[in-house]
Design a protein around this ligand. Sequence first.
Ligand code: ADP
Ligand code: MG
Ligand code: MG
Length: 245
Amino acid sequence: PVAVEVTGLCVDLSGNRIVDRVDLTVHTGEWVTVIGPNGAGKSTLLRAVGGLLPATGGIALFGTPATALRRRDRARIVATVVQMPAVPPGMTVLDYTLLGRTPYIPPLGRESAVDLAAVRDVLGQLDLGRFADRQLATLSGGERQRVFLARALAQGATLLLLDEPTSALDIGHQQEVLELVDQLRRDHGLTVLATMHDLSLAGEYADRMVLLADGRVVAAGPPQDVLTEDLLATHYRARVRVIPG
Ligand code: ADP
Ligand code: MG
Ligand code: MG
């Protein structure tokens, strides 16, 4: 089964073609990571797949053309986690995770016992139970990323779109968050489409990688086929060397 089937996808922003005829397949349960230099169009591609930007070409999610999905169904099966999501001030971890269930709460603001139980269960699974009543803003970056993943799970998402989810974290927390994503993939059968900045970490976690440059796919395949010296030298700007003194 194919989780994401993108064909000939184009995104134009302010008259510029940012994503240019991209084809991309992600199988159910697979982890695919898009890499590429700054400005390649990685975030734009992810936003288009998530339905957050208008695009032309084909996007099918779990076998259904995105155009045939009801907006709220699409919003439920896809969860997008970015580097530093904006968080309404004063929200507790429990409040925030409950947002994943909001569409099911009638009337708004009165969470059902079922929703509360589901959210507490998810928080427990992600080892966040003790943070339930803490304000989200007081958590460390790594803990916060765990809460964002908890919300995705509470929502019942089957496709995780992760846009540089660990770029704001130190290396230890980066690995912790990526391990958690991998665990969710195994335990819940989630499919992961990510963009990542750190190439060595990206290679460690992806089943397949896609190298994007100027909005186009220039290489795709298993990490060792994409993370080649030649490809990276061609498509990444020369590394700036800082000479001390
Ligand atoms: P990446 O995530 O690979 O760094 P982005 O998808 O963020 O790249 O951006 C790709 C290109 O699209 C960049 O040149 C950026 O300036 C441009 N871009 C992004 N958003 C907009 C917008 N709203 N209007 C015009 N250009 C945009
Ligand atoms: Mg960028
Ligand atoms: Mg980006």
